[in-house]
Design a protein around this ligand. Structure first.
Ligand SMILES: NC(=O)c1ccc[n+]([C@@H]2O[C@H](COP(=O)([O-])OP(=O)(O)OC[C@H]3O[C@@H](n4cnc5c(N)ncnc54)[C@H](O)[C@@H]3O)[C@@H](O)[C@H]2O)c1
Length: 434
């Protein structure tokens, strides 16, 4: 992974970053809690009634060799918030004011202050198949002869949005789909495109959006743990089309803290017997994840982190056979206000055991929204930067993901939050040497 990161960093200093002026269109398959919290938040910030808390792109600094530390938004040419325009798709109709009310994340007063703006955005009918998200009953979907037809309809939607905006990015904020593994059909673009015509069951709806988006030369980000664009066919398409990709699964609550605490144990050479993580949440995401096939996708995404940071192969005395369990429990009374508990059984000098307990009373979509903003702005930057545009997977954005996609198959991603932040800022600095 470090090898690839370095390749991306060093190649990003090539000639001619394109300007950030003009309208940046943001397309969101899935306009539920995260999407509405993000869009309403951007509008509230634009009107000066809220601050972009949690956004590195807006509030973070870019430390320089001379000791200065300008804001990233001042040091790097990112799209202005005033220039963001939104569209998306959902399996439920209605406008975004109604969707935000259903999500129950933001206060009604705050939503009412921007109500006409939210009412002006209505999700387009979705490309959906209930086999991949079993707990939802759709009311607002496309119909087509086969998956190729559905993907072409999404392409038409994109083409229409392109005519109203100057540049675009797409970010999957749709539900978590059932667990899929790579199949031969995913290995090449030709096989994948044949699979679209053949209605191959290993092509999930999220892949239809990703394919349509990349075919249009537009960057694609995956905020869920689905396989989606993490297959050779779409990685190749991304490189060919000069449309960067990044994923997967926003690193918001429990995994965010795990990737801070695990490096702390590792650097102090403290051992680990077990790490038990459990959550309660009651939003629609929690309802979808209540199905075992959908939970399996999330579980896989959450489990990889500790092994990669602690490296039991390197430090067997400290980390051999530690037990790692992750649970998510759907508990409607909590809505979006998730509670995540971690019980960590660690050991110190001479093997004496200790315990650490974390109880994070967080808000899922409040943590996710600024990540969506940063990812859209940075992926647009990547698409405008010659040395990044054709590199496919943007590993320098691993900071934002629970299970970062990597460019080389089988390579292991960086999970340590602070190393990820360093990589991100180093890439921004190189891009600025353009
Ligand atoms: N909130 C977080 O902290 C967080 C963290 C990591 C990942 N995620 C992931 O982000 C995604 C969105 O989370 P959320 O809380 O907004 O969930 P949500 O259920 O509120 O919203 C998801 C929306 O996607 C729609 N949808 C499902 N399939 C679709 C399709 N094929 N096309 C168009 N729309 C479709 C659903 O109708 C729903 O409105 C989920 O996959 C979740 O696992 C969220």
């Amino acid at each position: 992974m470090e090898q690839h990161a370095t390749q991306q960093e060093s190649s990003s200093g090539a000639a001619g970053m394109a300007s950030a002026t003009g309208k940046l269109g943001i397309m969101m398959p899935g306009m539920g809690s995260v999407a509405t919290t993000f869009i309403a938040g951007v509008e509230a910030i634009r009107r000066g009634i809220a601050k972009p808390v949690g956004s590195m792109a807006q509030m973070g600094t870019l430390e320089q060799a001379d000791g200065s530390a300008p804001r990233i938004r001042e040091a790097v040419p990112l799209a202005a918030l005033e220039d963001l325009v939104f569209t998306g798709w959902d399996i439920f109709g209605g406008n975004l004011y109604e969707a935000a009310r259903t999500a129950h994340v933001l206060d009604r007063d705050q939503l009412d202050a921007i109500r006409p703006f939210l009412e002006s955005i209505e999700p387009l009918p979705a490309a959906f198949d209930k086999r991949y998200v079993k707990r939802l009953e759709p009311t607002h979907t496309k119909t087509g002869r086969n998956k190729c037809d559905l993907a072409s309809q999404v392409r038409n939607d994109i083409a229409e949005f392109k005519s109203r905006t100057d540049r675009q990015v797409m970010i999957w904020t749709g539900s978590t789909e059932i667990f899929l593994t790579e199949k031969p059909m995913h290995q090449s673009l030709a096989a994948f495109e044949k699979g679209l015509v053949d209605d191959d069951e290993d092509i999930a709806p999220s892949m239809l959006y990703a394919w349509a988006c990349l075919k249009e030369g537009i960057p694609f980000i995956n905020g869920a743990p689905n396989l989606t664009c993490d297959i050779p066919a779409l990685r190749d398409l991304s490189q060919q089309a000069g449309a960067p990709i990044a994923g997967k699964d926003f690193k918001t609550g429990q995994t965010f803290l795990k990737t801070v605490l695990a490096p702390a144990l590792k650097v102090r050479n403290l051992g680990l017997h077990g790490w038990y993580s459990t959550n309660i949440l009651g939003n629609r995401d929690g309802e979808v994840l209540d199905d075992p096939d959908n939970f399996k996708t999330k579980e896989e995404s959450k489990l990889g982190v500790l092994e990669a940071i602690l490296r039991p192969d390197e430090d067997p005395d400290l980390y051999r056979d530690f037990y790692h369990k992750v649970r998510i429990n759907y508990y409607p009374p909590r809505g979006d206000n998730k509670e995540g508990w971690d019980n960590i059984d660690l050991f110190g000098w001479l093997g004496y055991p200790m315990q650490l307990k974390v109880d994070f009373l967080c808000r899922d979509s409040i943590l996710a929204a600024p990540l969506v903003l940063d990812l859209c702005l940075f992926m647009d930057l990547a698409a405008r930067t010659p040395g990044l545009r054709h590199t496919g997977v943007q590993e320098w954005l691993s900071f934002y993901f629970k299970a970062p996609d990597v460019a080389a198959q089988g390579a292991s991603p960086e999970h340590d939050l602070f190393r990820q932040a360093e990589l991100l800022k180093a890439t921004l600095r190189r891009a600025m040497q353009t």
